[in-house]
Design a protein around this ligand. Sequence first.
Ligand SMILES: C[S@@+](CC[C@H](N)C(=O)[O-])C[C@H]1O[C@@H](n2cnc3c(N)ncnc32)[C@H](O)[C@@H]1O
Length: 310
Amino acid sequence: MDSIVARPFIKWVGGKTQLLPELTKVIESMYDFAPIDKYVEPFIGGGALFFWLCSHKQIKSAVISDINEDLILAYKTVQHHHHELIKSLQVLETQYFASESEALREVMFYEIRKLYNQEKIEFNYGHVDTELAVSRVAKFIFLNKTCFNGLYRQNSKGQFNVPFGRYKTPKICDSANLVACSKVLSGVEILCGDFELSEAFINKHCLIYLDPPYKPITKTASFTKYHRGDFNDCDQVRLANYYKRIDQLGARIMLSNSDPSSEDSGNKFFDDLYSAFDILRVNVTRTVSAAAASRKSVKELIIKNAGFAT
Ligand SMILES: C[S@@+](CC[C@H](N)C(=O)[O-])C[C@H]1O[C@@H](n2cnc3c(N)ncnc32)[C@H](O)[C@@H]1O
């Protein structure tokens, strides 16, 4: 198999593929062509920037984490057991495409979703046997590739509740990319938990990218639930305090978030929280309703700590 550039192995809401040119410009301004000693990303999600950096820049070491247990189990399984995972995904893919009608594929989707949710009740993420991990992660990736818009949403009991996606030919098992991701993840420290957990790993040699769940900017904006807990304004304030502490350690920090002032010019929530830092406003196109046609250009924020120029 030819070696390819690793890309996110799952589709993740809030993924940063679209913002990559802006984010990488900021990083270039901080590092030029120098290697990054330690890269830390505590809201890893699909890892769009992480995978991009691993194939375009030299990163000596990395720590990635997220609060979503199934997402982190997937990263660890890709890291250590990608061969077994590929086999398991190929079985699901074959079964899916052997179902000739969309109705049968839909039945299979809901069966896998039910098994996945039942399994979670007793699942011990702290002590996972390889076979169980591989089987669960294969279901996780299968659901991600075949559900509506690749969304990840959980109800208050932590049960995955996204409906069937009606794609004609979803790529359920991308073997070449899983192999490439496994290579990139080799030696990376992968942790599950709240973002504050990463503080213990941070020193002045680190680059930290913070991409928390965005603050909803309109009253009607649908709130993405990546986890049974919400990420509310208190968490945004807690994150700003963490940002200030790691800034004091001398680390280089970049954070992205929505820009509430683009909808309500008087709303200076982030301008106030991050007044000591450099706030850039960038244009992105976002889907504002379920209809693909209703996309609009909005501003988003990239907040970096001072001491280097863009
Ligand atoms: C906007 S997404 C990150 C997207 C990612 N940058 C990408 O390219 O796909 C935010 C992530 O934060 C995670 N998260 C939510 N609350 C958290 C918390 N308190 N600590 C750490 N991670 C959290 C979610 O599970 C989600 O994966």
